[in-house]
Design a protein around this ligand. Sequence first.
Ligand code: 5GP
Ligand code: MG
Length: 455
Amino acid sequence: MCGITGVFAPGHDAARLAFFGLYALQHRGQESAGIAVSDGGTIRSHREMGLLSAIFDEDILSNLSGYISVGHTRYSTSGSSIVVNAQPLLESSEIGDFAFAHNGNLTNTDELRETLAPTTILQATSDSEVLAKLIVEGDGTMLDRICSVMQRARGAYSVVLCTRDELYGFRDPWGVRPLCLGELGDGAFVLASESCALATVGAKYIRELERGEVVRITKSGVESRAVDVDATSGLCMFEYIYFARPDSVLNDKTIYTARVAMGRELAKEHPANADVVMAVPDSAIPGGIGYATEIELPYVEGLIKNRYIGRTFISPDQQMRSRGVNLKFNPVVENLRDQRVVVVDDSIVRGTTTPRIVQLLREAGATEVHVRVLSPPIKHPCYLGVDMATYDELIGANYSVEQIREKIGADSLGYLSLEGLVHATGRKREEMCLGCLTGTYPNVPTTHESRRAAS
Ligand code: 5GP
Ligand code: MG
């Protein structure tokens, strides 16, 4: 995953715009964050481990002066969780310095690494650095180099890149990860993983970048080039299920609308005899509302999520653990006591969250707990950027629905069908990557090593 932003905004504070844009994308990665800024002459950057709000303050932002920026918030899948893997990466090349931020996962990193000059020293352990070095070692203009890399790089990559006086954005030929373009007016433009970040910085949404498209943004405006690679469309379905923020727009429709429709489909496929419907906050809320609307039962808040939990660096002590203290959720007892409860969640991945939720609801007095899931069982690993790497860890790959129901301790369990899910998104099945659900991935050539890493 990861969230990325690119800003080209003469007369504006590009670091501040990056900061607020990334703040809106914090849900895409909480491990590290960084911003690189160019003032037209020099590129400066700051990156650290942790959340945006803990990394950046007024002092740091005011040292990052300039009108062009790229920003990144990281969720690691390839490369370990250390600061050298934080982005943006800064690179020097014979055509000048540039900063680079990547969302996605390459599937032919090893093959690409072997084409780099033997003298090239890699500091990071991520696929992103290989991509950046290929641009450093390329020929011709920056646009030529990017296009050439896009002919060779396989897998998921939405990238923003800035030189001293230009901003580039590009999206892999499969279109696995999102990237969109917005405008601030007077020749100022913003690129972001999701449209919610455009709204936050006051930019008007223009459009999504096409798969296989590069945009170059300069003082003359936006120039676009299409790269011709034999690729089938493969936007990640997990963006709809879990990742994207509900107020973001994909395919001219908010994720919220798609999730409500997913909940409605789920209620049609798996109704329940119950008194109330609730959702596991926050990601399942629109789906829970859709389910309740369709089945004509009251929607209640059954669990309140602590908004400040983010990543917990301090682990609870043994006494707290033995008391089963749940740091993330507290039940709203009045909404649950003596009720037959439908609890809607977006996905079951490893199966760690759901049994705890069921237990929490029972302890709060629910007489029956019916779990409904807004996606089909996750049965296959992802090697395109979601952290579900092995068959072993996926509960849906190893147990039947009835066995899972028993393991999570629910009275009943129902998963949304693939047809229902696809229908709810309003998209064609062929244009999505459904790899984690079906085991069939878009035609992304994958080297043996990345397959092995994923399974
Ligand atoms: P599980 O506990 O079954 O492994 O994960 C399912 C829960 O984690 C769901 O509530 C879902 O909202 C959330 N979830 C799904 N995918 C991801 C992910 O990639 N990262 C994180 N942090 N949470 C996820
Ligand atoms: Mg959740």
